[in-house]
Design a protein around this ligand. Structure first.
Ligand SMILES: [Zn+2]
Length: 366
């Protein structure tokens, strides 16, 4: 399919949603985007795997990177897309419409139409965000040539309803295991019940819930932490005293602490239990103390909010680059079967981003 990047944004959006691109199957979409971007002389296009990078080289004094992932979670009988008219406007409904082809459509359209922005721009359309990090297109681009991701500010176009969401919270998943001794439940005093031993752990968790809102302020944004048991396992049979029990816990922590500090905190809170860490992802500070990010925030003119979920902004943060989330669509619809994105949200994002990238540099910026 030939994509018309400079034409109607809503048509482009529908076209790229209708090209299926589940993780690891992004080739058809990447081919179409690659071919379409190469028609524009103001862009230098690089293709690595199924990720496409298009950059301007205008010798501006700052460079902004705008990124969106091409992959979606599996299609669930929700393609091709269709338009639905609701009381508050028209929506495109279909897999990938929310997470995150609305952002990709805005990025492609602006890459084509902003031939001489007042800031250099690197447009990144990358593969495999929804699956294990080993496949992640951003990481592949970085290991191939880190200069491809050089920038003074990164904007990730994940759905935020066209408001700026700064940074992201970190996440740690771990299990705690208790050990008992099996016995026939008819003579239970001969054993020791490992499930009952979960009780003090659950009490710590429920006490934590009622002890406060766990609000943490970082760079002017207020994050709210979460500490929850998410799964419990244990028991062998209905007439056996369980010899082992495991509770899985998820700690969502604010970006005032590093991943290592979060782990230390959990190890101190649950000292004495066997802990196995399943995964630990670093948070990202919002970076709104940086002049370029401040200039963008002033231009968007809505109050920046904290990002609760984990996103690839953390990967930019690891590279020492400030990064924000800003994109069309409501993240509440991400990954749902009735995934959708309001069309006017694309227009809002495109307008805000275009006027900032194209506008004259504002004075607060250095
Ligand atoms: Zn996403």
């Amino acid at each position: 399919m030939q994509l018309d990047l400079a034409g109607d944004l809503h048509v482009l959006f529908r076209d790229i949603v209708d090209i299926r691109s589940e993780s690891l199957h992004e080739k058809e979409l990447a081919d179409a985007i690659d071919a379409a971007l190469r028609q524009f002389d103001h862009l230098t296009v690089t293709r690595i795997g199924n990720s496409v990078v298009a950059a301007t080289h205008l010798n501006r004094d700052s460079r902004v990177l705008v990124a969106g992932h091409l992959d979606t979670v599996p299609v669930a009988d929700n393609l091709p897309s269709h338009i639905e008219t609701r009381c508050d406007g028209d929506y495109l409904v279909g897999r990938g419409s929310c997470d995150m082809k609305g952002g990709v459509a805005v990025g492609l359209h602006l890459a084509a139409t902003l031939a001489a922005p007042s800031r250099d721009v690197t447009w990144v359309f990358y593969e495999a965000e929804e699956i294990a990090a080993q496949h992640n297109g951003l990481l592949r681009l970085r290991s191939h040539d880190p200069r491809l991701l050089e920038c003074d500010l990164a904007i990730l176009m994940e759905p935020t309803n066209a408001i700026i969401e700064g940074g992201c919270q970190g996440t740690m998943r771990f299990t705690l295991t208790t050990e008992g001794q099996a016995a026939h439940s008819a003579r239970s005093w001969a054993g020791h019940n490992a499930i009952h031993d979960l009780l003090p752990i659950l009490r710590i968790l429920s006490d934590w819930q009622v002890s406060g809102d766990h609000l943490v302020e970082v760079d002017g944004l207020t994050y709210r932490e979460g500490l929850n048991a998410t799964m419990v396992q244990g028991g062998l049979a209905g007439n056996v005293v369980p010899p082992e029990a495991t509770v899985q816990i998820n700690y969502r922590f604010a970006p005032d602490k590093t991943a290592q500090q979060a782990e230390q905190l959990m190890r101190a809170m649950f000292a004495g239990w066997r802990m196995d860490v399943l995964d630990l992802s670093s948070p990202a500070r919002p970076g709104l103390d940086q002049p370029l990010a401040q200039s963008f925030a002033r231009s968007v003119a809505t109050m920046p909010m904290p990002k609760y979920g984990w996103t690839d902004v953390a990967r930019f943060f690891e590279m020492g680059r400030p990064a924000l989330n800003f994109g069309p669509g409501d993240a509440m619809y991400a990954h749902k079967a009735d995934e959708c994105c309001k069309l006017s949200s694309l227009d809002d994002c495109a307008r805000a981003l275009a006027s900032w990238l194209d506008g004259s540099r504002d004075e607060g910026e250095s």
